[in-house]
Design a protein around this ligand. Sequence first.
Ligand code: BGP
Length: 480
Amino acid sequence: MSKGFPENFFWGGAVAANQFEGAWNEDGKGPSTADMESEGSNENPRKISRVIEEGVYYPSHEASDFYHHYKEDIRLCAEMGMKMFRMSIAWTRIFPTGEEESPNEKGLQFYDQVFDELRKYQIEPLVTISHYEMPFYLTEKYNGWTDRHVIELFLKYCRVIFERYKDKVTYWLTFNEINAGAIPTGGYFSLGILNEGTADLGNQNDIPQLRFQGLHHQFLASARAVKLGHEINPDFKFGCMIASMVFYPYTCAPDDMIRCQQEWQQNNFYCSDVLVRGEYPHYAKRIWEKLGITLNISAEDKEILKEGKVDFYTCSYYMSHISTCREGLDIASGNLIGRPKNPYLKASEWGWQIDPSGLRYFLNEVYGRYQIPIIISENGFGAKDVVEEDGSIHDPYRIEYVRQHILAMQDAIDDGVDLIGYMPWGCIDVVSNGSGQMTKRYGFVHVNRDDFGNGDFTRRKKDSFYWYKKVIASNGRDLS
Ligand code: BGP
């Protein structure tokens, strides 16, 4: 008999500034790396501009216009009964280029208002400090995180927001899906690296030496932020955020097993081992040797990593993947990576394979390794929705996806995993990070906006809105 969800479980939802806020150049905000990404689709990768181009559509510029709708949006989250709301602060709203001496007061005021509004409904904010964006100025001047100096600029930003919001925010995440930096696709959007020859997100000129050094700088920045935050407010709790990549071996051939183990190590654990345990794992050397890279890691760096371990673990989960040495198989697309199709799974319209059991499997692997509380900071189903003439939106596919994943969470809790929260992604429709489309919708609330900037931002409740409300009210018991 299932033990049910724990009391005080954080039922919530997740968004991010670069995909949700809009108002990209209002009230002193500077351009971020995300503001330079054009629209796109599965077939046409998003282009990266070096200057804003006439005639190109940049979805982040207006996104879902949370900047002007935050009261309505938070009221809708409260109506669903949410206990926690995951959002991010746009670094460029606080420091437009990253190098200013003092912060932009108007940007700080915006988040004051958002946090106050959340408090009004007793919704706990979960704040990502950097979600797939940084000042574009720092990309141009330093090639993003490849330069160690960016750590100081990030810490300056952290100090400002920790001091300003020390009585309004308790739960922080340092970098969104930090392990995106461990794969070539993440070079630009996760690390702000824009090498000569890169024109779009799908096919970046990847220099692993720069990427892994940049990732090392993010590890240091994260550890120092944790330490600083704990000094400013000892009640602060810091989490890492990992894009979970569950790999199953395609066959039981020993070479597939070894490949599968190595994919788990490089894609999932390389980053979380450093952030949770405070040191590089034993297999890191093998990864660097294989890539032919040598990192600059000082003795002092190693001390810093030890001093800034996170308090809890969070991850996104959308699908599982196949790992194999076999060649010539059909490839399924997916979050950040594509791997051979799994014949046992169905997929979304975007080719993302649906596998709730993979979530249970992953949670057990992670909890067994680290034994710290876990929050699922993203999960959900990207799909096209139809608005009926009477304004209703029937999305049984989304309800079914979320229901199956909640059941898998329940199983993981019964297995003994200390799961403390669930933040379905894009709980109010957001722009897709991967494809740049608005019509790849995840929300329980629909935002009237298409892929090219048409639409008046009207919010509409989907069937899933009422369903999720019931789930929360019953603490996960009523999933009908
Ligand atoms: C994660 C990102 C999110 C979000 C989500 C869905 O990788 O953290 O920002 O976008 O995936 O992906 P997509 O937007 O490509 O559908």
